[in-house]
Design a protein around this ligand. Structure first.
Ligand code: AP5
Length: 213
């Protein structure tokens, strides 16, 4: 099963992608998480990516494509994956289609988690992410069992740098300009499905599993 998650920053792609990965036994691949791990580990890639991410801009396609193609080559991708945050530009989508086609393969579904911009700023303000494992929570809508601690690994929860209101506005602009055109791209490919991302986390997941099952 090969799935792409689409949606604005904060729409809940990561939350749903982790649940899909757990239910269907496929890896969850988040380019944002991979970049953040590189930043944390002080790699050269992390240093380059940080300059763009902190400003709410996209990391250049060359860097992102090199990273994702390397990830696809790992053994756990042989039964599929759920992609979260990739592709994010038409160039990235075309590169993904071409690399799959070269192996007589194709994506099964692109799922757009639809949330209006008005809801996004509030969601981002309440998001808390685990510094150790990347687990994501929300102070109101998806609170951790113990305040400030990750349910999954017990790590410290913190506010992501790019979740400051001004940076979120920039990310939304970048999303509308560069990523939203993928809705048309995957509609033309005949694999786009849309779910209402304003519903409760479990209701959104029920809509998604109904599509996948
Ligand atoms: P990335 O990490 O991919 O960020 P994003 O796409 O902006 O998405 P987010 O992680 O912010 O949100 P999400 O949709 O996953 O929502 P979440 O589930 O956390 O990318 C970060 C940066 O890296 C980019 O800006 C760019 O610079 C760079 N980058 C990454 N990939 C790239 C690429 N391919 N090309 C170039 N650059 C790239 O949920 C948000 C909050 O809402 C959480 O608190 C959650 O608990 C809560 N929530 C979730 N669902 C619900 C619900 N149904 N109801 C209420 N609250 C909910």
């Amino acid at each position: 099963m090969k799935i792409v998650m689409l949606g604005a920053p904060g729409a809940g792609k990561g939350t749903q992608a982790k649940m899909i990965a757990a239910k269907y036994g496929i890896p969850h691949i988040s380019t944002g998480d991979i970049f953040r791990a590189n930043i944390k580990n002080g790699t050269e890639l992390g240093e380059k990516a940080k300059q763009y991410m902190d400003q709410g801009l996209l990391v250049p396609d060359e860097l992102t494509l090199a990273l994702i193609m390397d990830r696809f080559a790992q053994a756990d991708c042989s039964n599929g994956y759920v992609l979260d945050g990739f592709p994010r530009t038409i160039a990235q989508a075309e590169a993904l289609t071409a690399s799959l086609k070269a192996n007589n393969d194709a994506l099964d579904m692109a799922i757009d988690v639809d949330v209006p911009d008005e809801n996004i700023i509030e969601r981002m303000g309440g998001r808390r992410a685990c510094v150790a494992c990347g687990g994501t929570f929300h102070v109101l809508y998806n609170p951790p069992r113990i305040s400030g601690k990750c349910d999954l690994c017990g790590g410290e929860l913190s506010i992501r740098k790019d979740d400051l209101p001004e940076t979120v506005k920039r990310r939304l602009t970048v999303y509308h300009e560069q990523t939203q055109p993928l809705i048309d791209y995957y509609t033309k490919e005949g694999i786009l499905r849309t779910v209402d991302g304003t519903k409760d986390v479990n209701e959104v997941f029920a809509e998604i599993t109904a599509l996948l099952d």
